[in-house]
Design a protein around this ligand. Structure first.
Ligand SMILES: Nc1ncnc2c1ncn2[C@@H]1O[C@H](COP(=O)(O)OP(=O)(O)OP(=O)(O)O)[C@@H](O)[C@H]1O
Ligand SMILES: [Mg+2]
Length: 415
């Protein structure tokens, strides 16, 4: 496995306070974010991973549950067991979308009655659970909160599984755009109590805005929408500066975007697009983790022929099997005079063939991964390091699994 970029990824994590792991669905964002936070803690930092929907067992081992939104400290003994006495700490927090919206309301709407009106509102339910970009927005909002708390010197952010990680970058502005002052103003007007149809014919702009809201939320009950916006007036007053603050945070020099990708054609196409878009927007892409690469297994000098691979496999199989178990009894009687290894070799021939075929396919895949990763690397700006992380062949669902990734991400600097 190529070691290029390893020091740089360690440097990248060392040199930033916020690391955002972005990338398309299923590539390993959650795993990478958790393993980076763990490494930071082992290095003596007060680290937290803001994670989104981790696999159940990983969530359990980090100590975070499905309902939460509060940082949970991973026991220090875990860090000690991993051999660290650097005095760091690790916390995890799982983003609970609905909970985050509720919290936002709790914080910004002090009046108990108004609060209830919002929380029980059907439009609010839709907005907080299914509004496109709502989860991304909340991740950024929570990042702002964690940052403001001053408790962490390394915040690693996992991002939601979106088609394009750009959704994450743009979520704050998109939400702001949706909640455009003009719309809010229309809805909070006291005279605003007519039905949809009356309104539509009243004014084309209003018709357009209503349409936009229907599209985005699927809610067509005007009373809910109106009531929601009047109750939320206070919250929206403060919205714009807050969105600007978190947007600023994403562009701050202490924030690094780490692209997580995989060596598949389709994933790399998406990654290419993302890199281009990020650069066009001046977003700080600082490194790439090429995850789940099939490592190329060395077979000595040059390419081995299929026959030589099969012979090697057959030889290994013969070694693995005790001579007595190698062949069925009837055959053993017939071949009693032949040397034991020759008999087992004959019995194992079809298996050796299949295993050798398998190996050849695997090698071809590994070569493909290597070539595609290299081409992708060539397209990156010189200053952006790329690190290859192998496919570990089994799921990573606990802290021990996360530790296994450190040598690949951070070379010998772990712990
Ligand atoms: N290097 C690796 N080797 C083996 N398994 C891995 C590796 N990296 C990630 N995985 C496994 O791949 C699966 C997907 O990883 P993960 O959940 O981190 O991806 P994700 O990008 O967060 O997905 P989503 O977009 O759905 O949130 C998990 O089961 C994880 O254990
Ligand atoms: Mg994930």
């Amino acid at each position: 496995m190529a070691a290029r970029g390893i020091d740089e990824i360690a440097e990248l994590v060392r040199g930033h306070r916020i690391v955002v792991c972005a990338g398309s669905g299923g590539v390993g964002k959650t795993t990478t974010a958790a393993t980076i936070a763990l490494w930071g803690a082992l290095q003596g930092r007060n680290a937290i991973v803001l994670t989104i929907d981790p696999a159940r067992r990983l969530a359990d081992s980090l100590g975070v549950g499905p309902i939460g939104n509060t940082p949970v400290r991973v026991p220090d003994t875990v860090l000690e067991t991993a051999g660290s006495d650097a005095g760091g700490s690790l916390a995890a927090m799982m983003l609970d979308q609905k909970g985050s919206w509720d919290e936002l309301v709790e914080r910004h709407v002090p009046n108990e009655d108004a609060r209830r009106r919002i929380l029980d509102n059907r439009f609010y339910e839709q907005l907080s659970q299914s509004f496109a970009g709502s989860q991304e927005y909340m991740a950024v909002e929570q990042l702002g909160e964690l940052d403001a708390s001053g408790r962490y010197d390394l915040i690693v952010v996992d991002t939601p599984p979106t088609q394009h990680a750009l959704d994450f970058l743009e979520a704050p502005e998109r939400l702001l755009d949706f909640l455009d002052r003009k719309i809010v103003k229309w809805f909070v007007r006291p005279s605003f109590s007519a039905g949809w149809s009356t309104l539509r014919t009243m004014n084309r702009t209003v018709g357009f805005l209503l349409h936009k809201i229907e599209d985005a939320t699927g809610v067509t009950a005007l009373a809910d929408v109106t009531d929601f916006f009047s109750a939320m007036t206070g919250l929206f007053e403060d919205f714009e500066p807050r969105v600007q603050r978190v947007t600023q945070l994403l562009r701050d020099p202490s924030t690094a975007f780490l692209l997580v990708a995989g060596p598949d054609e389709q994933v790399l196409d998406q990654a290419d697009y993302l890199v281009a878009q990020m650069s066009a927007r001046g977003m700080p892409l600082k490194g790439v983790v090429m995850n789940r690469v099939h490592p190329h297994l060395a077979m000595g000098d040059g390419e081995a022929s299929f026959e030589s691979i099969r012979d090697l496999v057959a030889e290994q199989l013969a070694r693995l099997r005790p001579a007595s178990a190698a062949a069925p009894p009837a055959r053993r009687v017939k071949t009693a005079r032949r040397p034991a290894d020759a008999a087992s070799g004959a019995a194992d021939a079809p298996l050796a063939d299949r295993l050798a075929q398998n190996f050849v396919v695997y090698q071809a895949r590994a070569r493909g991964d290597e070539v595609r990763s290299e081409i992708f690397r060539q397209g990156l700006p010189r200053s952006v390091p790329l690190v290859l992380v192998p496919d570990l062949q089994s799921d990573i669902h606990d802290l021990a699994g996360l530790l296994q990734l450190h040598p690949f991400l951070f070379a010998g600097t772990s712990g």
